[in-house]
Design a protein around this ligand. Structure first.
Ligand SMILES: Nc1ncnc2c1ncn2[C@@H]1O[C@H](COP(=O)(O)OP(=O)(O)OP(=O)(O)O)[C@@H](O)[C@H]1O
Ligand SMILES: [Mg+2]
Length: 327
């Protein structure tokens, strides 16, 4: 295994930020840490980078024990949310500086700077200072600076979250493209599920200092392990199993509601009491066998107006069993 983390724990003033995290990352993989604010994403990334000391951890990288290796010797490139460029240096100097610190041969540096600027489409901006660039351009410089020394791993902590929506989408496609061309092992922290789904080979879903599930985007979407993951990636209707009390989930696109139709054998019928259009989905509350059932279905459904008699079908194949943490 390329990068292997075992039993990482970290507390700040007695409060657990990481409660025993274990994870393996393969060479060339693009992994996202996804989770709500405060779940420990940055702390985990900083421990990998060597910028934070864990209380307990086993970290191995390319067969080597990293636990006691300081950050500057790990050869990991890092980009933070705030651009953190040197304000008094030009774009070119910002990139060159890290190479000088790493004792690159003087004659190799200008060529490397030029090719890194080309890589992030900023060849014409070399002589500018950071304050003369847009946020997206500054983040590209930060990327170029991180990649210049040929790091073994690229670590990105919410690199796009300070940018506005359009720039953010463009740059995330660019990061993905860069990563697949360079095939550099990359870990990106984000709390944006769309961002994670777009770029990641695998997503690590975190909550309260723990890993809830690790998987490819499609696996997490189709087979979420529990309620937290189901709700964090996309929308999920929660239903109780008819036979027991087990919790199950069904995505809006799999719920079948047909107004006014003859109910075939496998369907139940109900009457709509409330219906709200929310953009890509409609949320419908029905009374079925005297009980309220609220379901989100895909698209705009003017046919599901209050009072309408409808047939409900929840295909068993589309139901996902969810661990809701209850015994
Ligand atoms: N230097 C610190 N001192 C004290 N507590 C800290 C420190 N760094 C992190 N924490 C706490 O550890 C927990 C995890 O923080 P962390 O920054 O890793 O979360 P995060 O998932 O990156 O959140 P966000 O999405 O808001 O950036 C939080 O409860 C936070 O308050
Ligand atoms: Mg963070």
């Amino acid at each position: 295994m390329y990068l292997s983390l075992r039993g990482i724990t970290k507390s700040f003033d007695g409060v657990k930020a990481l409660a025993g995290v274990s994870l393996d990352i393969e060479e060339g993989e693009f992994v996202c840490f996804l989770g709500p604010s405060g779940c420990g994403k940055t702390t985990l990334l900083r421990i990998i980078a060597g910028l934070e000391t864990p209380d307990a951890a086993e970290i191995r990288f390319a067969g080597r024990d990293l636990t006691d290796i300081p950050a500057r010797e790990r050869n990991f490139g890092i980009v933070f949310q705030s651009y953190s460029l040197f304000p008094n240096m030009t774009v070119a100097r910002n990139i060159a500086y890290g190479l000088e610190c790493r004792k690159w041969r003087r004659e190799d540096i200008p060529g490397r700077v030029i090719s890194m600027l080309a890589l992030v489409n900023l060849s014409d901006q070399a002589a500018k200072f950071p304050h003369q660039l847009s946020g997206g351009q500054q983040q590209r410089v930060a990327l170029a600076r991180a990649l210049a020394p040929r790091p073994a791993v690229l670590l990105l902590d919410e690199p796009l979250s300070a940018l506005d929506a359009k720039v953010r989408e463009d740059l995330r496609a660019e990061i993905k493209d860069l990563q697949s061309r360079l095939r550099i092992t990359t870990i990106m922290v984000t709390h944006d599920q769309h961002e994670a789904m777009e770029v990641a080979d695998r997503i690590v879903v975190m909550d309260r200092g723990r890993i809830e599930q690790i998987g490819r985007p499609v696996e997490l979407y189709e087979r979420p392990a529990n309620r937290f993951v189901a709700g964090f990636l996309g929308r999920m209707n929660l239903v109780r199993d008819v036979h027991g009390h087990a919790l199950a989930g069904i995505r809006p696109e799999h719920v079948e509601l047909c107004a006014g139709s003859e109910a075939p054998h496998e369907r139940r019928t109900g009457r709509v009491s409330r219906s709200v259009f929310l953009g890509s989905i409609t949320r419908v509350t029905l009374s079925v066998d005297g009980q309220d059932l609220t379901l989100e279905v895909q698209g705009r459904r003017d046919d599901l107006a209050p009072g309408a008699e409808i047939a409900v079908r929840i295909p068993a194949r589309a139901l996902v069993r969810l661990d809701d943490g209850l015994p």
